[in-house]
Design a binder for this molecule. Structure first.
Ligand SMILES: [Zn+2]
Length: 139
């Protein structure tokens, strides 16, 4: 997969979540179908050092997955933020990427700007995925 659609309302929801915690990483799941993210579900970050790591609360994650399935959706993406760093996957992000076939969306900072990028993380490799909205505009 080289292209991934995040509908604009979902991108806005993620950015709002990121902005609500400017000094901590936030995380969540993207639910949808095929290569389209239709909903964002915020999951509490329970990492002991949330300034630089994220770890999704297990219970909240399981409940979110069940709710998505009930609504006829799958987990198509995982998102998290890098409060002060570029939206490129860290060594830990790559090592701990355990969801197969999802797009890892990272919202980070580049030259003072908030930037969102998508990645396929598999077998220790990070490959960038093009993110765009429902009108084909870059996210
Ligand atoms: Zn990260």
């Amino acid at each position: 997969m080289t292209d991934f659609v995040i509908i604009s309302a979902v991108a806005a929801q993620m950015l709002q979540h990121v902005d609500s915690e400017p000094d901590r990483e936030v995380c969540g799941l993207l639910g949808g179908r095929d290569d389209q993210a239709l909903v964002a579900v915020a999951i509490p970050n329970v990492a002991p050092t949330p300034q630089v790591r994220y770890e999704m609360d297990r219970q909240a994650m399981v409940e979110a997955v069940m709710r998505l399935r009930r609504d006829g959706m799958d987990v198509v993406g995982v998102y998290h933020s890098h409060p002060h760093d570029p939206p490129t996957p860290s060594i830990t992000d790559i090592a701990e990427a355990t969801w197969p076939d999802v797009v890892y969306v990272i919202i980070g900072r580049e030259k003072g700007q908030q930037v969102m990028r998508g990645w396929s993380l598999r077998r220790g490799q990070a490959v960038e995925v093009n993110l765009h909205d429902e009108w084909g505009l870059p996210s």
